[in-house]
Every structure is written in C-alpha cells, then in structure tokens.
Design a protein around this ligand. Sequence first.
Ligand SMILES: Nc1ncnc2c1ncn2[C@@H]1O[C@H](COP(=O)(O)OP(=O)(O)O)[C@@H](O)[C@H]1O
Ligand SMILES: [Mg+2]
Length: 305
Amino acid sequence: MHDREEIFEALTKLGHEPSYYVLDGRNQTLVALAKCGADLIVNLTESYAGDDKMDKNIAAYLELIHIPYTGGGPHALLLAQDKSIAKKIFDFHKIKTPDFATSYKGRTDHSHDIEFPLIVKPVSEDGSIGIDNGSVVDSVKELMERIHYIHEEFDSPALIEEYIEGREIYASILGNDNPEVLPLIELDLSKLPKGTPRIAGQDVKFDHDTEAYKVTKSAPVEDLDEEIAKKLRDTALAAYRALKLRDYGRIDMRLNKKGEVYVIEANPNPWLSSQAEFAMAAKKAGYSYTDLIDKIIELARARSI
Ligand SMILES: Nc1ncnc2c1ncn2[C@@H]1O[C@H](COP(=O)(O)OP(=O)(O)O)[C@@H](O)[C@H]1O
Ligand SMILES: [Mg+2]
C-alpha cells in the first residue's frame, strides 16, 4: 500500500473528508488546485513534471494560493535539497558533518582538505539515486571516474565527502516550537555481502530481489549509552532547526567507533508509509499511525490560525 492510501484511511478515521489531488505536470492541474476548496493539503509531492528540484516551488505555490499544507516550506525544501548548502549551514552551527568538496565539470566550488576513503554522490538527489557500491572510492583514479559518472549520468555537481565508517542511525522529529525527537532507528548494514561498502544504496532501499535488500533492516536501536543517544538526539534537533524543517522530518546520521556523530543529510517530508522509519519511530513512541497523521495535520493547521 502506498503512503497516500494509508494517509487517506487515517484521515477518514479522524473524521475528515479526504480526496486525492494529483499535480500531473500540466498547468491546468496547478490552476485548478487554487479552486479545489481544500481546507488543508497533505503535501506528498516530491517533484513536478519529473523535476525533483521543483518540490520547493509547489510549496511556494501553495502559499500563494493560501492553502495550508503539511511539512517543510519552500526555504526548508531548498536548503535540504542541495546537500552542499545544507552542509555549509551545519558547519556554521558547529553541527558535525563529513568534510567535503563539490566539483562540476572540472570546477571546484568548495573544498575542505579531504582524505580517502571518500563517497561521491549527486549534490541534490534523494532516494539513494546515484549511490551504489561504486560510490565509495579509495584512489584518485576511482574518484575521477566517479565524478565523471555523476556528471554524465545526472548532469549534476558531484558531492565528494569523507566516508564515515560507522552505524547508520535515523532520528525522526515531530513538531515545531518544541519538537519531539522520536526513538532512534538504526538501519543495520552489518550483514551486507563482504567486500561491499556499508552504505544504504538503491539496492538496500528499494530492490526487493537483491541480497542487499534482504539482509538489511531498520529497527529501534536499544543498545546505546544514554549519553550517546542524547548526543544523537541533540545533533538531529540542531540540524532540524538549522534547516528550518517543519512538522516532521528525518535526520540521517552516522555514529563512528569513537562515539562521534555526523549528520549525513536532513530529509524534510520523509516518506510516511507505515513501514518506513518515521512511522516505526512514532509507533515506538506510542503513536498509532492515525495519531501520527493527526499530529502532522494539527501542526500544519496551527500555522494557518
Ligand atoms: N559521508 C558518508 N559516510 C558514510 N556513508 C554515507 C555518507 N554519505 C552517504 N552515505 C551512505 O549513503 C546513503 C545515502 O546517502 P544520502 O546522502 O542520505 O542520500 P539520499 O539523499 O539519496 O538518501 C546513506 O544512508 C549512507 O548509508
Ligand atoms: Mg538519506
């Protein structure tokens, strides 16, 4: 079941009268949206007309037509989308994030003094697009080839980041004035086939038939010292605030053996499927799926009052 159907069901249970509205990339659907009569929109858009940088424009449009909507505003969607901007903001706030450089067609936009191993990714994709076993590089030759691949395949600057060996931990955050960090979830990558990097590539996230998908799973993490767990929660909250995320968001982090916490990225409007990490964390905190949707709606509604 898609998250939109689960949300539809939850809204019905809550006594709302939901309906679907699909922005299919044609201008008519944008124009008609202004007259659709909705009191509030649960914004599940991730792209417009196939362009996934346009999610911010949809949020901005909803503001122009004065329909309250859930989740991040245009500024948050812009800041989080471009990982190099997000990382510069994290640096400013002293939120630890891997040192990095960006490169586009031979031009360097920004560079720390970085050391191998490195991971190379498109600067602004999501869903692990462009992230696979070839992403982690140990030599200049591999690095150059991978930068070239990112340019060719995605016509995008490459983000070249220090690779952080460690546990992969997600913090789901709910709220605005006083956001609540829900129980931490770990994606256990330790059982990935030998010789492959411990990363959540596309296979781990989506390719049900692969070994990588079958041997990895997310679950609430129970074995952390309270001090480390607090550091993870505080770091995630700082990142949520720094990028002005709203209502709900998920911060992806790495925890290394020394107990250092790195923010890998911030996700405004993370996937709301009942099977995904956000709902898993909410459940662990005692929210039913319906409670969770109710809470998100109420947070959005409070903005428009
Ligand atoms: N600097 C890094 N160190 C270690 N692993 C990383 C790093 N950057 C990304 N990864 C791995 O790649 C995955 C996807 O990267 P991410 O930047 O979150 O992309 P997406 O936006 O597509 O989710 C992460 O969940 C993590 O497993
Ligand atoms: Mg991610």
